[in-house]
Design a protein around this ligand. Sequence first.
Ligand SMILES: [Zn+2]
Length: 220
Amino acid sequence: MFVGHYAAAFALKGKEKGASLGMLFIATQFVDILFFPFVLAGIENLKFVKGFTAVNDFNMDYYPFTHGLLGSLCWAVLFFALYFFVFAKNKADKKSIATVMALGVLSHWFTDLIVHTPDLPLINGDPKFGFGLWNNKVLTFGTEAILLVFGFLYYLKKTKAVSAIGKYAGLGFVLFLLLTNYLNLFVLPANDDIKSLTVSALFFYFLFAAIAHFVDKKRV
Ligand SMILES: [Zn+2]
């Protein structure tokens, strides 16, 4: 899953206004931010198999550290600790901020579950889970879009624009996310080169987080 992960970021920001939307964008995508470099470093494994799913050629046969449920939980605990003891330590609502950050990290596994083929382990090895929506491009795009729009609407309901930009920047951003996903799924050719895939994935993850930070500054 790609932009659908940000549904959780928007929803969690709606729940806890003290949390940074930009950092929630990092949190909800955190295990993928690690995954591509881990593959490059040989820690985890990604094989490219032509036509493996309708959406991509990814056969992930070994990635327990980033996409095991236990692994995800460990990263979530790390985020909780970092926010509780370091980044938000002087804030009155530090426990709530740390909790939404941790939930953001953990949400990745559960949203991936919808689209992945059964390759998501609990710890490592079998049993593995995944409902396989990646076997259908239209369903993948539609599901991610619906999740994202609902998360965003909840965020809109819970926050208020402080300027005209604040009113429309968010909407423009969500349309940009959907367009990026459309190009990714329907227009651009499958990318089977791990180096360029890592660079472009990280570029977009951080670009989206930066835009989210900007959009959120225009709302309270
Ligand atoms: Zn993932």
